[in-house]
Design a protein around this ligand. Structure first.
Ligand code: ADP
Ligand code: MG
Length: 310
């Protein structure tokens, strides 16, 4: 079976030291699947990491005003390298410790978005350093970017989160997978690009949701299972309320009903359920699972998690 595993924030931690510790647990969870004979592609988030990279360059520019402003697309590329480095090594070590000699690669991955995606007219995702209102409005006027107040904490840039259309390096992902290798791809949702004039790919200031990017990738490689590993064991309705019901299985149509009723929070559980629905409806035989990072193997065995079926 070919599985695309999407890793959330808890798989990587919030700092350099946290990430070094977290990837060991993550590697064990993914190695369980590889040991069971599954072909695996790993996608992952990059929120804290890309924030750290961006802030570092913003500080650098403050110290040296003549320095270039580092484009977000470049920051995402850097975050793929930084996270891939730790994850690839942790997984290599875990597999070798289990007597498995499986090459692990990190693939710098670009993901095409539509230049006229409606998300560009409505940026929602806060990124980068906090500013005062005056600083933010000055930046907005000078750089043609959108700024907004972020949950009482100060002002920040907000950027668009467009839908992933196409994984540019998909042929490479397939080649490596067919060669029996484990591939880390589309990190942070992928480096967002638009296909411009001729063959030019243009990096854009946007972030692609990693669960939706993993879904596109899973479709494009002809995967069987989309496994979304996160901080909760199951998706729930009436989440956090006394009448919360944790779901062990739901059909895509039931999931659509729950989505319409607002059971899944925007920016966290909603994109996961949306990705799961898109995937199971994309071709016969496809399944999706949402569960805890540590429960991937148990989830696949039907012992826990939320299974999404057509
Ligand atoms: P990740 O970093 O893995 O993408 P997120 O924080 O974005 O994690 O999303 C997972 C979180 O979604 C859970 O930890 C939980 O707090 C939250 N959540 C929101 N709505 C629900 C729901 N209906 N059922 C379960 N979890 C939910
Ligand atoms: Mg998330």
């Amino acid at each position: 079976m070919t599985a695309v595993v999407a890793l959330g924030g808890n798989a990587l931690g919030n700092s350099l030291s946290e990430q070094m510790a977290a990837v060991k647990i993550t590697a064990a969870s993914v190695a369980d699947l590889i040991e069971d004979g599954h072909k695996v592609v790993i996608c992952h988030g990059n929120g804290p990491q890309v924030g750290m990279i961006q802030n570092a360059f913003a500080d650098h520019k403050r110290a040296e005003p003549g320095a270039d402003t580092m484009p977000l697309s470049v920051c995402v590329a850097m975050s793929q390298g930084y996270i891939g480095y730790d994850l690839q090594n942790a997984l290599r070590e875990e597999l070798l410790d289990r007597g498995l000699s499986v090459p692990v690669d990190t693939l710098l991955t670009q993901v095409a978005v539509d230049a006229d995606d409606p998300a560009f007219a409505l940026p929602t995702k806060p990124i980068g350093p906090f500013m005062t209102e005056d600083e933010a409005k000055k930046l907005a006027a000078e750089k043609n970017v959108t700024v907004a107040e972020d949950a009482g904490r100060g002002w920040r840039r907000v950027i668009a989160s467009p839908a992933p259309k196409e994984i540019i390096e998909i042929a490479t992902v397939k080649t490596l997978l067919d060669a029996g290798q484990v591939v880390i791809a589309a990190g942070g949702g992928g480096i967002p690009v638009t296909v411009g004039e001729g063959h030019h790919l243009k990096g854009v200031s946007a972030v692609i949701d990693k669960d939706l990017a993993a879904e596109r990738l899973a479709e494009q490689i002809g995967g069987d299972f989309l496994i979304i590993l996160t901080a909760v064991e199951k998706a729930a309705i009436n989440f956090g309320k006394p009448d919360e019901i944790r779901l062990s299985e739901m059909t895509a149509s039931k999931a659509r009903e729950y989505i319409a009723q607002g059971h899944f929070a925007k920016g966290s559980m909603l994109p996961k359920v949306e990705a799961a629905v898109l995937f199971v409806e994309s071709a016969p035989g496809r399944r999706a699972l949402i569960t805890l990072l540590e429960k991937a193997k148990d989830g696949l065995a039907g012992k826990t998690g939320t299974l999404i079926v057509p």
